[in-house]
Design a binder for this molecule. Structure first.
Ligand code: THU
Length: 132
């Protein structure tokens, strides 16, 4: 099994735990780090709609909580029939821990539908070169 296969499997599995009773749009995200660890997360919706958050955010939080901070590859899995690309906020959150050359695969449960670099998804992103 390749690292990409593992990333795909992790996103598909975690997507089953999506808490999406309002949109019924289930998303799983899996992050492979530079150390070879995979962190997976699902979207979590809340009755006060704007308080919910995306699958990518859950996965990033798990990565940081585990003490890792460098993203190597990302895979986001939504439903079939549309490209579940990361939202604008998640692109910025990913850019905190991933360079512009990091690949973001966009998938549905049947396979990878498209692949982008983070730089394509968030050109000219705002980053602090030397955070305080
Ligand atoms: N969502 C994600 O989790 N990730 C994305 O990349 C796009 C959207 C979630 C947010 C919300 O729970 C649901 O999908 C519908 O927008």
């Amino acid at each position: 099994m390749t690292a990409l296969d593992k990333l795909f499997a992790a996103a598909r599995l975690v997507r089953e735990n999506a808490h999406a009773p309002y949109s019924n749009f289930h998303v799983g995200a899996a992050i492979l780090t530079d150390r070879g660890t995979i962190f997976a997360g699902c979207n979590v919706e809340v009755a006060s709609y704007p308080e919910g958050w995306c699958a990518e955010t859950t996965a990033l939080g798990k990565m940081v909580a585990a003490g890792e901070t460098t993203v190597h590859t990302v895979l986001v899995m939504g439903e079939g029939g549309r490209l579940t690309t990361p939202c604008g906020g998640c692109r910025q959150r990913l850019a905190e821990f991933a360079g512009p050359d990091v690949t973001v695969h966009v998938a549905d449960p049947t396979g990878i539908r498209a692949s982008f670099s983070l730089g394509e998804l968030l050109p000219a992103s705002f980053v602090l070169a030397d955070p305080a």
